[in-house]
Design a protein around this ligand. Structure first.
Ligand SMILES: NC(=O)C1=CN([C@@H]2O[C@H](COP(=O)(O)OP(=O)(O)OC[C@H]3O[C@@H](n4cnc5c(N)ncnc54)[C@H](O)[C@@H]3O)[C@@H](O)[C@H]2O)C=CC1
Ligand SMILES: NCC(=O)COP(=O)(O)O
Length: 333
């Protein structure tokens, strides 16, 4: 029998707990594989109640108990008995989020769970309790023995997949961080992961330029010709169907998107703005290049929505579905 998916609770004051509960309530209708929450049974129960949904919870000690209870209750590996305080994050909640992330990652690495779905955390709040990574991507990578450079963030929705080459850094640092090697390496990891986990045998990868008009022959910056173009040439020489650098402003309209499987972008917002504009309600953040499958909904903690019942569950369902599909594909390989 396939191992269940593990979903870490995220910040318990955010929308993570109620969305895990809401996804369980829809799991039959959505055809989701069995999953369990790593976090706090009390928080999940109270979050579901506040959302107005009936979600019985069964506490489990190990993932192999999930199969017996998932049909009738949401299994929770209970790490802490905290009160539910939506919209009011504190250090105890941040510690739970961090412990849940570490525990869930360990369970997937051991094979007890088949894939990791991370609930949203607030990076600044976790930093207060000792989290010293830019995001969950780098944390999970380190736990898997993968360097941060080789863990590649991809945001995926029905209309668009995007990979930001640089991620959680100030915009003014981006030009200095971009190197031909980084672009080549992360794009090659993307190509391999799209083949392995998404069944796209020879992915078409559209590489964005950094500057307006991809530099306009050097009149608007030299990085496109000096850094991006050589990376594309190296990728093509290695048999990868990458092309560019493309003018970023004209590569995301409908007709342009039909010409590629993923867009390789030079910085966070170049990638995430078009993706979230098109697919926010079904968007998944996935980490490529890991020995395990890790996905996450594309949104954050949304503290102001927590406990209001207004947070939409689509991205969490999409993250669970994608994790299950990728894990199943790897199991068959
Ligand atoms: N995967 C993760 O752990 C992520 C964590 N974050 C963290 O989340 C915190 C808040 O970041 P923001 O930039 O405000 O992003 P956010 O995604 O939490 O919120 C952005 C906007 O989208 C809305 N929104 C978010 N999720 C929604 C949902 N499920 N349904 C309906 N509307 C939703 C929010 O109300 C807000 O208006 C930050 O600390 C950031 O680090 C942000 C993105 C991803
Ligand atoms: N903007 C994406 C994001 O913040 C998620 O980052 P991570 O925690 O998955 O590394």
């Amino acid at each position: 029998m396939t191992a269940p998916l593990a979903i870490s609770i995220g910040d318990p004051a955010g929308v993570g707990p109620e969305l895990a509960a809401a996804a369980w309530a829809l799991s039959d209708a959505e055809g989701l594989p069995p999953f369990f929450v790593v976090g706090s049974a009390r928080v999940v129960e109270e979050a579901a109640r506040r959302r107005g949904i009936t979600v019985p919870v069964c506490t489990i000690k190990a993932p192999d108990e999930v199969a017996d209870c998932f049909a009738g209750a949401l299994p929770v590996l209970d790490l802490a008995d905290l009160p539910y305080t939506p919209g009011e994050p504190d250090d105890a909640g941040a510690s739970l989020a961090l412990n849940a992330l570490a525990a869930a990652t360990g369970l997937v690495r051991s094979g007890a769970a088949s894939a990791l779905v991370t609930g949203p955390i607030a990076k600044s709040r976790l930093a207060r309790v000792g989290f010293d990574h830019p995001g969950q991507t780098e944390f999970v990578a380190e736990a898997c023995g993968v360097t941060a450079e080789n863990a590649v963030m991809m945001l995926a929705g029905p209309s668009l997949k995007v990979v930001p080459i640089t991620v959680h850094v100030a915009l003014r640092l981006v030009p200095d961080m971009l190197t031909t090697e980084l672009i080549r390496n992360r794009t090659a990891i993307t190509a391999a992961a799209l083949a392995r986990d998404y069944g796209i045998a020879r992915p078409r990868l559209a590489v964005a330029g950094l500057n307006p008009h991809a530099g306009e022959d050097g009149r608007m910056g030299s990085e496109d010709a000096d850094i991006v173009a050589p990376a594309v040439a190296m990728l093509r020489a290695a048999g990868i169907d990458a092309f560019g650098p493309l003018p970023p402003d004209t590569m995301f309209h409908d007709e342009a998107r039909a010409g590629y499987d993923a867009a390789i972008c030079m910085y966070h917002d170049q990638a995430l703005i078009p993706m979230k504009a098109l697919d926010f309600d079904e968007g998944v953040n996935v980490t490529l290049g890991l020995p395990i499958i890790r996905t996450s909904p594309d949104h954050g903690t949304a503290f102001s929505l927590a406990g209001t019942g207004k947070a939409r569950v689509g991205p969490t369902i999409a993250a669970l579905r994608m994790a299950g599909e990728c894990a199943a594909r790897r199991a068959l390989a």
